[in-house]
Each structure stands twice: as structure tokens, then as C-alpha cells.
Design a binder for this molecule. Structure first.
Ligand code: PEP
Ligand code: MN
Length: 354
């Protein structure tokens, strides 16, 4: 349910309504808007006799939330949510590109990738220290050693980083180092992991499951918001279909569906979505044109020697070319793209010596 407060309702009135809702067994989520405050009340609506609330001072009306997901829905919050990863806003006007290797393989590899992606305009470094691999015999990641390398490279290069937690046991360690925690496609419905990662308060990048509907994906995001963490970024990374020409089928319509139904930012991973570096370029452009808030792209200094999915990794030079190709697309859809780490307006300010 959404309790809509009258314009100008006082903080005391809002608090009194929240307290009454809690007494009735609801979890409350006040959202303070410019003109009006609304209170999301999550719980059994049978416990809510509307007279108990509607007659309280400052209450305008009570509106049911029709969707099964509540806190992530646009019905509750119509303004886009902006999630900050180490100071980088995701979900605002600027398009955010996160890039780096699939897996952290060593400090030199990571440093080289980080320097290259930063120079091309990426604002967040990616790199897995814990890897969810299909085969138990494949490289599983450097674990804490990898996290330490990510932290050192962050200092050296000045990019915040995102890295995956594959299990609840890893969450405290990953949270100690990372600026944002990635929940992988294979874990999208690992509800305990969602709750534990959510409880750290860190920004969470929630990848869509390989065979998850958009509604299931949004319900998974609901777990994180319900754990008290509003900082969720959704990531479309391709789903399983009958198509075999690409590794997965990148569902770009999902961006528009998410934007229609949720206030959360949504980014696209064309690397996993296609499995082929050549296809990453056109699909990255398409994702931006379709309204994605950002991209996450695999870049490796030497893709042929990558320990993890070389064929879908871009060489740094190709990544630089991609960033150049994205700029006019971003502009065409009213988004700014940080080139060389700066948004165009910042670059203009610097050029003018201000
Ligand atoms: C990754 O980002 O390297 C990864 C394993 O992604 P996904 O969970 O989407 O397969
Ligand atoms: Mn990968």
C-alpha cells in the first residue's frame, strides 16, 4: 500500500502515520518528494482497516500497489534512483561505463587493464576475484589476493571497483574491499546471498538470471531493498534461448520494460550477452540507444591469453574505439558520456580554464 500524505504534511504527521503502520505490523518506507511524501507500507493489507490510517492528520489517500514487487516499483517511487559507486552516479544523466577483465589474474594484468579503461573514459573498474565457473576445474579466481590487488589498483589508478560475491561466506570480505558488490546471473535467486549482500549497505549490481523473467528479476531486487538497502543497479546480461549464434540472447527490450516498471537504474553487459567481442560494439551502441544507464564491458590487455572468456573480451584499443563510437549515440539520446574520465560539460569547463 502507498499512503500518500497531503502536500505540506509535517514531519510529525509523517512520523505518526509511520508509527501507526508499524503498530499494525507493517514495514514502512517513507519517500520524501519535492511536493509530497508517500509512505510505502509493506505487509498484509488485511491488517489495514483504512479508517485506522485515512483519518490520521496529514493523510491524503491510500493507494494499493498492484505489482508483486513493491519497493522497486514506479508505483511507489516515480523519480529515478541514482546509485553512487565510490562517488560515480549511476542512473542520472551521465552514462556510466564499467570495464575491466572478467577475472583478476595478477596485478600487472589488472593495472594495465585499469589504466587503459580509465584513459578511454570508463569510470568504474570491474574484475572478478571470486568466479562462478561452470566447470569446477576452471580458474576460480584469486579470492582475497585478488581483492587486495583490486584495492591497490584503485589507489594507483583512481577508479572505484565492482567485484562479485558468489557465496554468503564471501560477503563480509568482499564488502571490506569493494565499492560495489556484483551478484552474478547464476545467483540471482540466491535469496540469502541477496539479503546478506544487501545488509552491507554497499551498492549492489544485480545481474539478470540466465532464465529469469523480468518480474522474477525485479522480485530478486525487492529482496535487497527489503533488507534496507536502496542502492541496487540492475544488469541485463543476456538470457538462454534456442539461439546458438550468440552465447546468450541479449534482451534489450528488458531495458524499456524495467524503465516502465521500476525506478532503479539498469545497465547492460554486452560481453556476456553476446560472448563475442565483435558483437560487443554494436550491442553496446544499441543498449545506450535503448535507454540503458550504463554498460559493463570486459576488457583484457591480452584477450588471447585470458584465463576467463577471452573471446568476449575487448582489447584496450578496441575499447577505446567503442567509447568514441558511443559518444554520438549517448548525445542523440540526451545522455552525457565521460570521455577521458570527464563528462563533456566538465571538459568544457576545464578547457575554458574555469
Ligand atoms: C561476470 O561478470 O564475469 C559474470 C560471471 O557474469 P554473469 O554472472 O552475468 O555470467
Ligand atoms: Mn565474465
Amino acid at each position: 500500500m502507498i499512503i500518500v500524505m497531503k502536500p505540506g504534511a509535517s514531519r510529525e504527521q509523517i512520523n505518526a502515520v509511520s508509527e501507526r503502520l508499524v503498530e499494525l505490523g507493517f514495514k514502512t518506507h517513507p519517500i520524501y518528494g519535492q511536493e509530497k511524501t508517500v509512505i510505502g507500507a509493506i505487509g498484509d493489507k488485511k491488517a489495514l482497516s483504512s479508517e485506522a490510517i485515512i483519518n490520521l492528520p496529514g493523510v491524503e489517500k491510500i493507494v494499493p500497489i498492484m505489482k508483486p514487487y513493491k519497493l522497486v516499483s514506479r508505483e511507489l517511487k516515480d523519480t529515478p534512483t541514482i546509485v553512487r559507486i565510490g562517488g560515480v552516479p549511476v542512473g542520472g544523466r551521465g552514462l556510466v561505463v564499467m570495464a575491466g577483465p572478467c577475472a583478476v589474474e595478477g596485478e600487472e594484468q589488472l593495472l594495465e587493464a585499469a589504466r587503459a579503461v580509465k584513459a578511454a573514459g570508463a569510470q568504474v573498474l570491474r574484475g572478478g576475484a571470486f568466479k562462478p565457473r561452470t566447470s569446477p576445474y576452471a580458474f576460480q579466481g584469486l579470492e582475497e589476493k585478488g581483492l587486495k590487488m583490486l584495492a591497490r589498483v584503485r589507489e594507483e589508478v583512481g577508479l572505484p571497483f565492482i567485484t562479485e560475491a558468489v557465496d554468503t561466506r564471501d560477503v563480509p570480505l568482499v564488502a571490506e574491499y569493494a565499492d560495489a558488490i556484483q551478484i552474478g546471473a547464476r545467483n540471482m535467486q540466491n535469496f540469502r546471498l541477496l539479503q546478506e549482500a544487501g545488509a552491507t549497505g554497499k551498492p549492489i549490481l544485480l545481474k539478470r538470471g540466465l532464465a529469469a523473467t523480468i518480474e522474477e528479476w525485479l522480485m530478486a531486487a525487492e529482496y535487497i531493498l527489503d533488507s534496507g538497502n536502496p542502492n541496487v543497479i540492475l544488469c541485463e546480461r543476456g538470457i538462454r534461448t534456442f539461439e546458438t549464434s550468440t552465447r546468450f540472447t541479449l534482451d534489450l527490450a528488458a531495458i524499456a520494460v524495467v524503465k516502465e516498471n521500476s525506478h532503479l537504474p539498469v545497465i547492460v553487459d554486452p560481453s556476456h550477452g553476446t560472448g563475442s567481442w565483435r558483437l560487443v560494439l554494436p550491442m553496446a551502441r544499441a543498449a545506450v540507444a535503448a535507454g540503458a544507464d550504463g554498460l559493463i564491458i570486459e576488457v583484457h590487455p591480452d584477450p588471447a591469453r585470458a584465463l576467463c572468456y577471452g573471446p568476449q573480451s575487448l582489447h584496450p584499443e578496441t575499447f577505446d574505439r567503442l567509447m568514441g563510437e558511443l559518444a554520438p549515440v549517448a548525445l542523440a539520446v540526451g545522455r552525457g558520456l565521460a570521455l577521458n574520465g570527464l563528462f563533456p560539460e566538465q571538459a568544457g569547463t576545464l578547457a575554458a580554464g574555469k
